[in-house]
Design a protein around this ligand. Structure first.
Ligand code: ATP
Ligand code: MG
Length: 265
């Protein structure tokens, strides 16, 4: 059964697009077929973050009934598929996101996961993104203001008949004054599925000449390892396997050194 999950936050700039791209690629690495949809039809930037610049046909054209969804489907890093939104303001004004749900449902059977990158706020296009999915993953910073906004999104999600499945805490610094993981979980009555540290590599990945998400550019950066864990949690798999994979990699490197140079004393 495909899982359609909207990534939403209420508050702007907390990392929805970053989470969509990196979590999507992390799920692809687990062997799932994943499609990312840029549901931020006004301020599209998912494709830029994926490092993909040329997408002549977009979600705008599909929502306007001027192109088929298949024509707006592109391949991104590591085989993740994505549907970009258009940059034209004129088309944006004409677009009606009420059709988003049916567009998404038409491609869902081709994938294990469809992740929708929602816009900020709680306006009509946000409601369309929440209503287009069966599940919603909330992104928040560990601050009261961000959590208050995400609570509104949680309540709205439930009113629209979708299921909030959990929270991703982003920009975590583990500093005094931050709301702890347990407190967030209690306040929102949801499990914390990801704890993504503040990591300058995330921002740097976006500033390279050739942009690529941090999980691709720096797979061992703290944020990348955290995205790998979050993908396991979202998929309902045991999280130890990230550590095991790393231990396995180190062991196999040691073994090859040993076979080359003999047993170290
Ligand atoms: N864990 C992190 N560590 C450091 N920088 C981060 C992290 N997560 C996101 N950022 C940076 O924060 C900025 C905002 O991230 P992003 O665009 O993903 O937020 P957003 O919620 O999608 O914003 P909007 O509401 O405008 O759509 C970007 O410059 C991104 O590189
Ligand atoms: Mg965004």
């Amino acid at each position: 059964m495909p899982r359609v999950i909207t990534i939403a936050s209420g508050k702007g700039g907390v990392g929805k697009t970053t989470v969509t791209a990196n979590l999507g690629i992390a799920l692809t690495r687990l062997g799932y077929h994943v499609c990312l949809v840029d549901a931020d039809v006004a301020m599209a930037n998912l494709s830029l973050l994926l490092g993909m610049h040329s997408s002549p046909i977009t979600l705008h054209d599909v929502l306007l009934g001027e192109a088929s969804v298949q024509d707006a489907l592109y391949e991104g890093p590591e085989g993740v598929k994505f549907i970009p939104s258009g940059l034209s303001l004129e088309n944006y004004r004409r677009v009606d996101t009420e059709r988003l749900g049916s567009v998404v449902q038409s491609i869902a059977p081709m994938f294990d996961y469809v992740l929708l990158d929602a816009p900020a706020g709680i306006e009509k296009n946000v409601l369309s993104s929440l209503a287009a999915a069966e599940e919603v993953l909330l992104v928040t910073q560990p601050t009261s203001a961000s959590i208050a906004d995400v609570l509104k999104i949680k309540i709205t999600t439930q009113r629209l008949g979708a299921k909030p499945i959990g929270v991703v805490l982003n920009f975590v610094l583990r500093e005094k004054g931050e709301v702890s993981e347990d407190e967030v979980s209690k306040m929102l009555e949801l499990p914390v599925l990801g704890i993504i540290p503040f990591d300058d590599e995330v921002r740097r990945s976006f500033m390279q000449e050739k942009v690529s998400p941090v999980v691709v550019r720096k797979p061992n950066a703290p944020a990348s390892l955290a995205f790998a864990k979050a993908a396991l949690r979202v998929a309902g798999k045991p999280v130890e396997s990230v550590a095991q994979e790393k231990a396995g990699l180190i062991q196999s490197l040691l073994n090859s050194f040993r076979s080359l140079f003999g047993k170290p004393r």
